[in-house]
Design a protein around this ligand. Structure first.
Ligand code: HEC
Ligand code: HEC
Ligand code: HEC
Ligand code: HEC
Ligand code: HEC
Ligand code: HEC
Length: 310
């Protein structure tokens, strides 16, 4: 694709971009520095019109935004790896070393250093208009879970030339691709309605049952599965013997001691919404072998003998 695409793009460059004058001939084989390109004309009054870009193109707000939105295929003229080609200088001639790996240069950096918006690629905090509002609620530790890396929802680039990021073979210029295949919720659905459907993470812990819009607020335990404040109607939806214990006021911490504290607060952030159900019985007289309980439960004075969780 790459050998044909630039030619198609170039055909539209002269018509579409805000360039003052496009080079007379540009192709992947003839760089803008070639003699056919009217650059470096000796007539001062012609200098402006000899340029490919507009006069103010060095302004970061102009060329930076065009680079991010890929209005022009920068690396067609500035070299495949952006180190320059002819009169189209290397981007490194102005940018500080390390700019290619600087993840908060073009997005993020407002609330944390992860690179996640806000700020968005527009350069603004798009607020309610953002393509995905709850980045912070996912990438940082919250009261519910440890922060999730970008790779749960995107292919993680290592620099600006990573395939699919922005300059090289990006099929959706100006729009980030969500790709969940390398994460905890690989089969989750996400589309223009900006809703996660068939989600494990927002589900009931028994399967990919969750559905959440990106502007929903998710704060309570009961937003995903039955919790301490639920009643019988919801506890019966949980697996096995939950209901029979919860109706006796037995707290989550008794059996999920690694995850929840006595006050129903999540204490094991990295073990909650991590893809596996963690059972750890507080009472050391009782053993859970992954399927059955054995022992004497002090709290309730119940004796469990090879008790299943059907
Ligand atoms: C068709 C070829 C071509 C494309 C595509 C192109 N450039 Fe250029 N660029 C040039 C040339 C030639 C120059 C040298 C000055 C001039 O002619 O405007 C240049 C110069 C520049 C400069 C220096 C401007 C100045 O006034 O000193 C910047 C910044 C720049 N380009 C950024 C970009 C970015 C960002 C993109 C992609 C969004 C891009 N260019 C796409 C050919 C191109
Ligand atoms: C004439 C000098 C110059 C050249 C050449 C240049 N830049 Fe820039 N660019 C700047 C300056 C100055 C900034 C703002 C300070 C910074 O971010 O380092 C900037 C910022 C940017 C930004 C960040 C914009 C933002 O606010 O998010 C992008 C993206 C960018 N440049 C892309 C490019 C690309 C791609 C090239 C090469 C095709 C290029 N620049 C070449 C001077 C230049
Ligand atoms: C829980 C999933 C999730 C995680 C984790 C996540 N993102 Fe996103 N991100 C998305 C979704 C969904 C979109 C919107 C995609 C679309 O437009 O369809 C998005 C969009 C973006 C955008 C484009 C924003 C814009 O301007 O429109 C950037 C940049 C981005 N993410 C960077 C990151 C980075 C960097 C990280 C890691 C620090 C990260 N994301 C972690 C789900 C996530
Ligand atoms: C020169 C600007 C620039 C730099 C530097 C940059 N990004 Fe991006 N990034 C973008 C743009 C523009 C998009 C969204 C548009 C797109 O996909 O076409 C994006 C999208 C993303 C996405 C969403 C997935 C995708 O590819 O669409 C992630 C994740 C991301 N960047 C992470 C990073 C990380 C990590 C770094 C540092 C290694 C980084 N970015 C550095 C411009 C940049
Ligand atoms: C008497 C012990 C016990 C108590 C009390 C208990 N759980 Fe569980 N829980 C389990 C066991 C055992 C499993 C694992 C079942 C399996 O492996 O299939 C489990 C699994 C789960 C799951 C995964 C989904 C499911 O339904 O299996 C969730 C979510 C969960 N518990 C939440 C809670 C919450 C919230 C509380 C408190 C309101 C709680 N549990 C109280 C023993 C308990
Ligand atoms: C965003 C959805 C979501 C919210 C909100 C949520 N949980 Fe969970 N919870 C899950 C999922 C998914 C599981 C399945 C097991 C896993 O991946 O850790 C789970 C599992 C559990 C378990 C079983 C132990 C384990 O493996 O983590 C307990 C106990 C639990 N949650 C308690 C709570 C409590 C208490 C709250 C409120 C303070 C809460 N949860 C809020 C999604 C959620």
């Amino acid at each position: 694709m790459r050998s044909i695409l630039p030619l198609i793009l170039l055909a539209s460059l002269t018509a579409g971009c805000h360039c003052m004058q496009a080079p007379s001939v540009v192709s992947p084989d003839s760089s803008p520095g070639d003699s056919e390109v009217p650059i470096g004309d000796s007539e001062p009054e012609d200098t402006a019109s000899d340029r490919y870009h507009s006069e103010d193109y060095a302004d970061p707000e102009i060329h930076g935004l065009e680079a991010k939105l890929q209005t022009l295929p920068c690396n067609l003229c500035h070299g495949e790896d952006l180190t320059g080609d002819g009169t189209a200088d290397s981007c490194d001639s102005c940018h500080l070393e390390g700019w290619r790996e600087d993840c908060v240069r073009c997005h993020g950096g407002q609330d944390d250093e992860t690179g996640a918006p806000p700020l968005h690629i527009s350069g603004l905090d798009d607020g309610d208009e953002a393509s995905f509002i709850p980045h912070q609620a996912h990438v940082l530790d919250t009261s519910m879970h440890a922060g999730f890396g970008c790779e749960h929802c995107h292919v993680l680039p290592t620099d600006v030339l990573t395939v699919g990021h922005l300059f090289v073979d990006d099929d959706s210029a100006g729009r980030a691709e969500a790709d969940f295949s390398g994460g905890l919720d690989p089969a989750v659905g996400w589309d223009d309605s900006r809703t996660c459907v068939s989600s494990y993470c927002h589900g009931d812990g028994q399967g990919a049952t969750g559905r959440v819009e990106h502007d929903d607020s998710v704060g309570a335990c009961e937003d995903c599965h039955a919790g301490p404040a639920s009643g019988m109607g919801d506890w019966v939806q949980m697996s096995g013997e939950h209901r029979s214990h919860l109706e006796r006021d037995i707290a989550c911490t008794l059996c999920h001691n690694d995850v929840v504290g006595g006050d129903d607060v999540i204490t094991g952030l990295s073990q909650h919404v991590n893809g596996s159900v963690d059972v750890a019985i507080l009472d050391d007289q009782v053993e859970w072998d992954g399927a059955r309980c054995n022992g004497f439960c002090h709290d309730s004075w119940y004796w469990h003998w090879d008790q299943g969780w059907e």
